[in-house]
Design a protein around this ligand. Structure first.
Ligand SMILES: Nc1nc2c(ncn2[C@@H]2O[C@H](COP(=O)(O)OP(=O)(O)OP(=O)(O)O)[C@@H](O)[C@H]2O)c(=O)[nH]1
Ligand SMILES: Nc1ncnc2c1ncn2[C@@H]1O[C@H](COP(=O)(O)OP(=O)(O)OP(=O)(O)O)[C@@H](O)[C@H]1O
Length: 716
């Protein structure tokens, strides 16, 4: 069954509700969220109150009972200066990933699983023809890819199916509510700036109407009260936008709440125990996990660690292995929003962040299979690191990107397959992101005209023979570009990748790459040895440990977003392109799975800081701090002329605390600082002295047997 979604994709950036939903209609209207005193500037409206309230722990009610109620309020309020600018900034936070630059994809229906595994478009087959009432989904406009991605996740949370009948009317009915009642119930009170922010989030996702999430919002508001960002926005806005990003990919209320609180350990006064008491260990662990990741990434940034590919690779794996993958998800959302709002920082800082993002976070998003975030991160980094190339390329691609061409090509192919009775599972389309085009040009020394996959379609069929039938159909529809046909079915790539690739000249004489494969081949290309993230990392030599770790993390994330949906309809067709078994337990014979037992047997990656230099070290399972000291001692003794191991001189600290038991086992992500027991200056003198004594002793014992006069002579 197809779902009508065109209006949603065609919507402006700040909305992700479906068009008939009142949320969306009002999200495009002018806003006024001011509920109390009128403010004439954003700064005034965000000015924090002077008193700090005690945390409110219970009896909290929703600010608005539903998105519709929130919308109603927004619609009822009148406009005022400043608010629009605020919302523009809010909106622009989510509008990046423009179809012109970000890469874009088209789909008809998509599950939360497929959301994470590349663009999936139009599902259907001659067996289950697409309903004539359906409307094609288009990821276009200025925020195509991201909104498409968002919508897919939302599909599991919001009722966007026009065929479902009168849901929009029902929501309009909900608009009658008493705002004041909602505001004061449970003794809960929001400052106007916070109310406005929360309302904006409620318009974008209904999870922000849940009591648990509002409670977290309230806590974050109090924790960050008075803190401002470089842009002049309240810090709370960043926490909320991070949480919105998470909600939009389908994260549940635990993750969204942790997203709201993600900086409260580091930048505010909250403690683990406090968060645990108020929100449970689930949220507290995630917040702690994010905090740990933030510390590590800061260390890595300061030490330029990730510019060395081996260490970068260890860091990526360590991040996934040491924290619940959901903590990584929150960290990624945090980083994405920071990158979206980077302009407020000085150029050098922007570039430092962008470099780190490109080295650490974009690859992590790639490993987790969140292609939309990966592309947005990369494009933003590209903009800050290579502004002139970015400008040049984007101006060229603005001219040539043609979203309508892809939609039209999907339609033509769909019709032709139907006419010829070739069944298929999915047709998807995408245009290549700006950064991906740039990298391909650099890597292969090509000009933009030589890139033939700026536009691409992918067709997934049931049987191998259908691949070839479909290829004939494609070549009948469009003229083939000679020399571009690749049959990876007959001759799979060394990693097992199978697919047919061809390039044709589509409408407007534009090259279009078409990939055709069976769903088994597709699963291998997404989940198996030929997984796209590995292909993109240009290295298929990952250890099985890394493969397991990445796969495990992907499952956690995928499952996380699927589990919360509870809406079977949203995964109805996509079963065909989804792995056969579900997290957490794969069938023993699942061909796409590695067993997630690497926690016990796999290596351990730790951060070692010695003389202020950081390195990411790999140890075998069950290694101890003594093993690490041994290695440090050996390394040091190799570097110096002194013939005694230095480990005795090193005073280790584990995760900022003195080591009480050197035989304790190293854990993934541990930070071990090695500081000399004697201050460096004295240590050097001390070592030299010992060296002299040692040399003297050596000389005495070797020379003593031959000539004492030479011995005396040599001493003088
Ligand atoms: N998942 C996965 N996809 C792959 C792999 N190899 C190729 N692909 C897909 O196939 C596309 C291009 O592969 P090729 O046809 O070999 O083209 P190419 O070597 O990049 O050269 P061009 O013809 O210039 O594009 C990529 O854009 C990927 O989408 C792989 O090992 N795994
Ligand atoms: N022809 C296509 N049709 C649909 N999706 C595609 C097509 N080609 C690639 N994709 C998907 O688009 C996403 C972005 O891929 P991207 O264009 O960055 O790189 P790539 O095409 O896979 O590789 P390369 O740049 O090496 O050719 C990936 O999820 C990829 O699987």
């Amino acid at each position: 069954m197809a779902v009508s979604t065109i209006a949603l994709y065609a919507s402006p950036p700040s909305s992700v509700c479906s068009t008939p939903h009142p949320c969306q209609i009002n999200a495009h209207a002018s806003y006024d969220f001011e509920l109390g005193s009128r403010s004439s500037s954003p700064a005034a409206s965000t000015a924090p109150p002077s008193t700090v309230q005690k945390p409110v722990m219970g009896g909290l009610s929703c600010l608005f009972s539903s998105p519709a109620a929130a919308v109603k309020h927004a619609a009822l309020s009148s406009n005022f200066n400043g608010e629009e600018d605020d919302l523009k900034e809010l909106g622009s936070s989510f509008s990046y990933s423009p179809s012109k630059f970000g890469g874009s994809s088209w789909k008809r229906d998509q599950s939360p699983v497929s959301v994470f595994h590349g663009p999936v478009s139009c599902s259907g087959s001659s067996r289950s023809p697409i309903s004539s009432t359906s409307v094609r989904s288009i990821r276009g406009g200025t925020s195509g890819l991201f909104h498409g991605f968002v919508r897919n996740a939302l599909g599991s949370c919001l009722d966007y199916d026009l065929d479902a009948g009168d849901s929009s009317a029902a929501l309009v009915d909900e608009l009658t509510f008493n705002l004041e009642d909602n505001l004061v119930e449970g003794g809960f009170h929001f400052e106007p700036y916070a109310r406005k922010l929360l309302l904006g989030a409620q318009l974008r996702h209904k999870i922000f109407c849940e009591e648990f999430v509002i409670k977290a919002f309230c806590e974050a508001e109090k924790a960050h009260r008075g803190q401002m960002r470089a842009s002049g926005d309240p810090y709370l806005q960043h926490c909320l936008e991070t949480a919105v990003l998470l909600a939009l990919i389908g994260a549940n209320s635990t993750v969204v709440a942790a997203g709201l609180l993600h900086d409260t350990l580091d930048d505010a006064f909250l403690t683990y125990d406090y968060i645990c008491g108020a929100f449970g260990a689930g949220v507290a662990d995630l917040v702690e996990g994010v905090s740990k990741l933030s510390h590590l990434s800061k260390l890595a940034r300061e030490n330029n660690t990730a510019c060395k590919s081996v260490e970068a690779d260890r860091l990526h794996t360590m991040f996934l292995a040491m924290a619940d993958a959901r903590a990584v998800l929150i960290k990624l959302a945090d980083r994405l929003h920071n990158m979206m709002t980077l302009d407020a920082l000085p150029v050098t800082k922007r570039q430092r962040f962008a470099k780190e993002t490109l080295e650490i976070f974009a690859p992590l998003a790639n490993r987790l299979g969140i292609s939309s975030w990966k592309e947005q991160l990369e494009n933003l980094c590209f903009k800050h690191l290579n502004p002139s190339q970015h400008e040049e390329l984007s101006s060229k691609l603005v001219e040539s990107y043609d979203d309508a061409m892809i939609t039209c090509a999907i339609e033509r192919l769909e019709q032709a397959l139907k006419d010829e009775g070739i069944s298929y599972n999915v047709i998807s389309g995408r245009h290549k992101s700006l950064y991906s085009v740039y990298c391909k040009m650099l890597k292969k020394k090509l000009t933009i005209d030589d890139i033939h996959d700026i536009y691409g379609l992918r067709l997934i069929v049931d049987k191998e023979e259908d691949c070839y039938k479909a290829l004939t159909t494609v070549h009948r529809l469009w003229s083939e570009v000679p020399g571009k046909l690749k049959d990876y079915i007959c001759r799979p790539k060394f990693n097992g990748y199978q697919s047919l690739h061809t390039v044709v000249m589509a409408e407007g004489n534009v090259p279009l790459e078409v990939q055709i494969r069976t769903k088994d081949m597709h699963l291998q290309a997404e989940f198996g040895f030929a997984a796209h993230w590995r292909y993109k990392e240009d290295d298929c030599q990952h250890s099985s440990f890394v493969l397991q770790m990445v796969e495990w993390a992907r499952w956690v994330v995928t499952w996380q977003c699927e589990a919360m949906s509870g809406d079977c309809s949203s995964v109805r067709y996509a079963d065909s392109v989804k792995p056969p078994c579900k997290f957490p337990s794969h069938a023993a014979d699942c061909p796409y799975s590695y067993r997630p037992d690497c926690g016990q047997n796999g290596p351990v990656f730790v951060i070692m800081i010695e003389n202020d230099k950081m390195s990411v070290q790999e140890f075998s399972a069950n290694s101890t701090i003594l093993d690490l000291l041994e290695r440090a001692g050996r390394a040091s003794s190799r570097l110096t002329t002194y013939r005694f191991p230095l480990k005795e001189e090193l005073r280790p600290r584990l995760n900022h605390k003195p080591v009480s038991d050197p035989k304790s086992k190293l854990k993934m992500g541990d930070v071990i600082e090695l500081t000399p027991a004697i201050p460096d200056k004295y240590l050097t003198e001390y070592r030299e002295e010992i060296q002299r004594m040692y040399d003297r002793g050596l000389t005495v014992s070797t020379m003593g047997t031959s000539s004492s006069s030479t011995m005396v002579g040599s001493r003088s």
